[in-house]
Design a protein around this ligand. Structure first.
Ligand code: FAD
Ligand code: SF4
Length: 329
């Protein structure tokens, strides 16, 4: 690892100013992504601004939403009583991610900004990687692609966004609060991420020196039921091959409201609007669920090694729609 300066900020505006003063500086939260990439020589910031002492640790219930500070850990959010009661798919997505040790370090802001697990991105000896080195090509399209994406993918980049939490949060219309050097702004999570077919090297709309200060999660109606299903190669401590975050309101056998997010398949946490369109107003039956899954995966772009993800994602979505609608019956 290259030597770097370490600075601890205690005030949000000070942290933003320190970042703004140095275009190559990075911030450090739990460090579970940032330090790995520095040890591997993928990131080499000359200066790290430690933000863990900033006052962004609270979980507040404000009317019909939950405001989560960016430095709340994954374990803390999963343990929140309102999240457990009203947002089960958020809790499940958190608890199915990483390990207890990691979840006690990893923050919500860092989780949303975690970098891809693409093995070629993380290997500095690989020259072809448009994400690390724009214009150099993509080693993964003809390489080992099992853990890569099929939605928002192209020959430019097929890197998966591996966050489980973000899949649940895009489905719930969560909003990211951001503090920059000049102003603060709020961005819906559905507009926060960019797909790799458009800009492999730029994954989201955050500018340098902007900090995520928190995430606002609207609470769904009390009649809603939700869940998160994660399919992976082993039962714990593994990233998703396919996952589905599903929220339904069903009345008299008809789906009144549907929210669907998909993970393990997208270059960004994927909001499945096509599925929601098929589901809303339709009977809560397996035939409807199959149609919704078909519509969602219609535009998948595969390479040798990722074709299996298309039927797997369809089956994962159908299974979770069945699980959630069964709870409501
Ligand atoms: P850091 O590593 O400190 O930061 C990550 C990035 O975000 C850095 O670029 C940093 O500069 C930036 N950053 C952090 N906070 C802010 C902020 N507030 N504002 C602006 N920029 C910020 N995740 C899953 O979802 N599911 C899994 O199954 C899973 N398994 C994992 C297994 C392993 C072995 C590991 C190492 C990680 C796994 N993860 C998984 C990823 C893990 O959840 C993330 O590494 C973690 O959430 C990142 O949070 P952090 O606080 O450690 O971020
Ligand atoms: Fe790089 Fe993306 Fe290709 Fe991976 S998939 S090698 S991150 S360009």
């Amino acid at each position: 690892m290259r030597a770097f300066d370490y600075v601890r900020a205690t005030d949000t505006r000070e942290a933003v100013r320190l970042l703004a003063d140095d275009p190559a500086a990075s911030c450090l939260a739990g460090g579970t992504t940032q330090l790995d990439l520095m040890k591997d020589g993928i990131l080499e910031p000359p200066r790290l601004i430690d933000i863990t002492r900033l006052p962004l640790h609270g979980i507040e219930h404000r009317g019909e939403s939950v405001h989560v500070g960016a430095l709340v850990t994954m374990e803390e959010l999963a343990a929140d009583a309102t999240v457990a009661e009203r947002l089960p798919m958020v809790r499940e997505a958190l608890l199915l991610g990483a390990s207890v040790q990691l979840r006690n370090m990893a923050t919500i802001g860092g989780n949303l900004l975690q970098r891809t697990r693409c093995r070629y991105f993380r290997d500095p000896t690989v020259g072809e990687c448009n994400k690390r080195s724009p214009g150099s090509g993509c080693a993964a399209v003809q390489g080992a692609a099992r853990m890569h994406a099929v939605l928002g993918a192209s020959e430019r980049c097929i890197a998966l966004h591996a966050s489980d939490l973000a899949v649940a949060l895009v489905a719930l219309d969560a909003v990211v609060h951001i503090q920059g050097p000049a102003e603060s702004r709020s961005v819906p999570l559905t507009e926060f991420y960019l797909t790799a077919d458009v800009s492999p090297e730029r994954e989201n709309v955050l500018e340098h020196a902007e900090l995520i200060t928190g995430v606002e999660i609207p609470l769904p109606p009390s009649a809603a039921r939700s869940g998160y299903l994660k399919v992976r190669d082993r039962a714990s401590y593994e990233f998703a091959l396919a996952s589905a975050a599903v929220l339904l309101v069903v009345e008299g056998g008809t789906i009144r409201q549907a929210r669907v997010g998909l993970g393990g398949v997208g270059t960004k946490p994927w909001r499945a609007y096509e599925a929601e369109h098929v589901l809303t107003g339709a009977p809560a039956t397996t035939a409807t669920f199959l149609q919704a899954a078909e519509a969602t995966m219609r535009d998948a772009w595969t390479v040798p090694g990722t074709e299996f993800k298309v039927p797997l994602a369809r089956r994962t979505l159908v299974r979770e729609l069945q699980n959630v609608s069964r709870v409501m019956a």
